[in-house]
Design a protein around this ligand. Structure first.
Ligand SMILES: NC(=O)c1ccc[n+]([C@@H]2O[C@H](COP(=O)([O-])OP(=O)(O)OC[C@H]3O[C@@H](n4cnc5c(N)ncnc54)[C@H](O)[C@@H]3O)[C@@H](O)[C@H]2O)c1
Length: 371
């Protein structure tokens, strides 16, 4: 029996556009979805870029005008992987056209836009999903389960960091991620992942005391011209969670040597969990033990953990980054169909943005800020 098609419009074909295209294709073969995701139309900044990307990624059609893609009556899901400044206009147009939206993080370039997007989707009762890729890791699912089941006791502390080094050199060029109008900066770009992770595992953040830092205040753009950098290279915050836990959240794209240092330590009254995305098929769990023999146990990802088994029938063989994106795409498709799903929606992404904005306010005003 052939499945009904879910025709997808993808806007943007850079790093994330390619990842989404691969994930939609893989999701159809990895999971037993009730629909067949169809790579229908790819939109990019101009006709030529779009046509080239559509041919390489397997889309049936292409356009240099995202409005045409979003308003196409055949389309059942709009996926947005453009620079941040375009998230709001594209999402709002898609919602106005009655389409479910799957948008990359951070949700928008400003908090006001993130609020407008969330309210518009909720008013139209349209499902949404946001690309908080790392939350779909089966080992993060396991960590969440362990915490929720009280296996490490009461959570007392969360120390989280997202550190990379792609802007560590002062010679790293000025790009759209450096523009204030784009919600640029390490906090918005990668900080959104660690904030989302903290909320996913520990819960609401109640208050923050933040410090933003621009280590390289001038960078050269593609033409070689010097440009003032109005955003943060590094952000650090002390945080108080609603449930009383305390901790820190850090984001840095100048962490020399660190390639994918998204990690955390959660301490509880009876145990602890340690994780790093650089070894994301593993979770370190401490639950005490015989005196003199206590220590962290390494749990390898396997068939007992979330969607791992959909990719590989043998434990410990490991899944990869694009597999996490495939799990995320499945959640977005299920959300679009109105099925029970694990997707983080615009409301959750808005809550992440509120924490980030509070950290910015705190840094600017030099005081603790309630979220
Ligand atoms: N979930 C994750 O782990 C993750 C990782 C990286 C990036 N992101 C997010 O994904 C988004 C895109 O980041 P990226 O690294 O893929 O950027 P990128 O610069 O590699 O790609 C952006 C794409 O958007 C296209 N574009 C620009 N203007 C356009 C227009 N007017 N109409 C249509 N297309 C246009 C560009 O041509 C390009 O194809 C950002 O919001 C970023 O924060 C998420």
């Amino acid at each position: 029996m052939t499945k009904p098609p879910l025709r997808i419009a993808l806007i943007g074909s850079g790093f994330m556009g390619r990842a989404h295209a691969m994930a939609f294709a893989a999701a159809a073969r990895t999971f037993d979805l009730p629909v067949e995701p169809v790579l229908e139309v790819l939109a990019d900044r101009d006709e030529e870029t779009a046509a080239k990307a559509a041919a390489s990624l397997g889309f049936a059609r292409s356009t240099g005008d995202w409005r045409a893609a979003v308003n196409d009556p055949a389309i059942g899901l709009v996926a947005i992987t453009t620079p941040n400044i375009l998230h709001a206009p594209i999402a709002l147009a898609a919602i106005a056209a009655g389409k479910p939206v799957y948008c990359e993080k951070p949700l928008a370039a400003t908090l006001a836009e993130a609020e407008a997007m969330t309210l518009a989707a909720e008013a139209a009762r349209l499902p949404t999903a946001v690309g908080f890729t790392y939350l779909y890791n089966p080992m993060i699912g396991l960590a969440r389960e362990i915490i929720a089941d009280g296996e490490i006791g009461e959570v007392t502390a969360f120390r989280g960091i997202h550190a990379e080094d792609f802007m560590a050199s002062p010679d790293a060029p000025f790009n759209w991620r450096c523009e204030a109008a784009q919600a640029g900066g390490a906090l918005a770009d990668i900080g959104s992942h660690i904030i989302a992770l903290a909320r996913h595992l520990v819960g609401e953040v109640r208050a923050v005391s933040g410090q933003l830092h621009t280590a390289h205040p001038v960078r050269r753009d593609a033409s070689g011209a010097p440009r003032e950098v109005p955003i943060d290279d590094q952000a650090d915050a002390l945080v108080r969670f609603e449930n009383g836990a305390r901790g820190t959240l850090s984001a840095s794209w100048i962490a020399t040597g660190r390639k994918m240092g998204l990690g955390f330590e959660v301490s509880g009254t009876r145990g602890s969990i340690v994780f790093t995305q650089e070894r994301f098929n593993e979770l370190q769990l401490y639950r005490g033990g015989t005196r003199g023999r206590e220590g962290f146990t390494t749990i390898m990802a396997g068939l007992e953990h979330g969607d791992y088994g959909a990719f590989c029938p043998a434990s410990g063989h490991q899944i990869g980054y694009n597999d996490l994106k495939t799990i995320e795409a499945k959640a977005a498709i299920e959300a679009a169909l109105g099925l029970p799903n694990a997707a983080k929606d615009f409301r959750e992404a808005l809550n992440v943005e509120r924490v980030a904005e509070s950290i910015r306010t705190s840094s600017r005003e030099g005081r603790w800020v309630e979220v």
